[in-house]
Design a protein around this ligand. Structure first.
Ligand SMILES: NC(=O)c1ccc[n+]([C@@H]2O[C@H](COP(=O)([O-])OP(=O)(O)OC[C@H]3O[C@@H](n4cnc5c(N)ncnc54)[C@H](OP(=O)(O)O)[C@@H]3O)[C@@H](O)[C@H]2O)c1
Length: 316
């Protein structure tokens, strides 16, 4: 343990960070040790990580001084922000800035920043094809992440910019799984037309991140996108039909209809899907499953993920 290089992992009790902590702990030959960052070291998940061999430290990413302590003595850090905890792009940017500042202060050698596209580079605020939200964003939960890239660069933090994909776990936890329509038939509803949605098993993001830390230098200053597979809504529905042994249809709705669904974040997600639909080449092109597989040879396809997880998808 003492001679291992420490990776401080933000969001260690969550999807991305948790995947990385478990990947580090289950790869004794990686040369890395995991420092799990959580606000509550007494939670069941935090205790479980400690039992598996992680060093668990209490930190709130809004608190710069506690972040600096959490990064002190580490070789690297995995940085992720939590848009859906507060729905504020400004807070998300502030979290990213605090992490970049702490990384610079502590002289980390390699940081992975879990980012996404600032969609305003492709859809400026003046573009009326999708509404401007919160005054100055097109896709608030993407734009502020992309905007924060420059903070890591300007501070001179040795960073890999990791572009993640739609978690297939959204079908379990995020209300995006099959639902019964008025006809009693199950359907998944995404405003993607016939375009492909890059998706990934959430734990594979952490495994890819470990691959990036292992390769080290060659990835510093680079942007790397990861996905398990690119699938159309129809292909996802066909895979769900096969796995669940009952018909699941793909319900393609216009983005404006999706935006009007009224649940918290519906407009943001409607714009997100529209961006992925209208800029498929940009979005899919940045996320090559072959690259992800080279970082993480056990990368799952949707079919394989479904075989493991189909019973966890709630069917109402
Ligand atoms: N869902 C998707 O398809 C998808 C795809 C790509 C990117 N993303 C992005 O992923 C990000 C979230 O990552 P995730 O899914 O890995 O998160 P997650 O599973 O929701 O978990 C995040 C963890 O971070 C911790 N946390 C929350 N606020 C914190 C704070 N202020 N200080 C320190 N720790 C805090 C919490 O742990 P404790 O309670 O233990 O502190 C929580 O367990 C979002 O910004 C989202 O936009 C999501």
């Amino acid at each position: 343990m003492a001679d291992k290089r420490i990776i401080a992992v933000v969001g260690a009790t969550g999807a991305q960070g948790g995947g990385l902590v478990r990947a580090i702990l289950s790869d004794a030959s990686s040369g890395f040790a995991a420092r799990a960052i959580t606000r509550d070291v007494t939670s069941d998940t935090a205790k479980e990580l400690a039992k598996l061999g992680a060093e668990v430290v209490a930190t709130d990413v809004f608190d710069l001084e506690s972040l600096k302590k959490a990064f002190q003595g580490a070789y690297g850090a995995f940085c992720v922000t939590f848009f859906w905890a507060h729905f504020s792009p400004e807070k998300e940017f502030a979290q990213a800035k605090a992490m970049a500042t702490a990384a610079k202060h502590t002289g980390l050698k390699h940081v992975i920043w879990s980012t996404l596209e600032d969609t305003r580079k492709w859809v400026p605020l003046s573009d009326s094809r999708m509404p401007t939200l919160m005054g100055k964003y097109k896709v608030p939960h993407l734009d502020a992440k992309g905007e924060a890239d420059q903070v890591f660069t300007e501070l001179g933090v040795p960073t890999t910019f990791l572009l993640t994909s739609f978690y297939w776990e959204n079908l379990i936890y995020f209300g995006m799984g099959p639902k019964k329509g008025p006809d009693g038939k199950l359907a998944i509803t995404y405003p993607m037309g016939d375009k492909k949605l890059p998706g990934i098993a959430a734990e594979d993001i952490g495994k890819c991140a470990l691959g990036i830390f292992k390769k080290g230098r060659e990835f510093i200053g680079k942007t790397v996108g990861v996905a398990g597979e690119h699938l159309t809504g129809a292909q996802m529905a066909a895979a769900l039909t096969k796995a669940m042994n009952q018909e699941v249809r793909y319900n393609d709705v216009p983005p404006e209809v999706y935006r009007s669904f009224g649940f918290p974040g519906a407009e943001d997600l409607g714009n997100m899907f529209q961006f992925k639909r209208d800029f498929q080449q940009v979005f899919c092109g940045a996320r090559n499953p072959d690259v992800a597989r080279s970082l993480n040879p056990s990368l799952q396809t949707f079919e394989r993920w479904l075989a493991q997880n189909k019973s966890r998808i709630p069917l109402d």
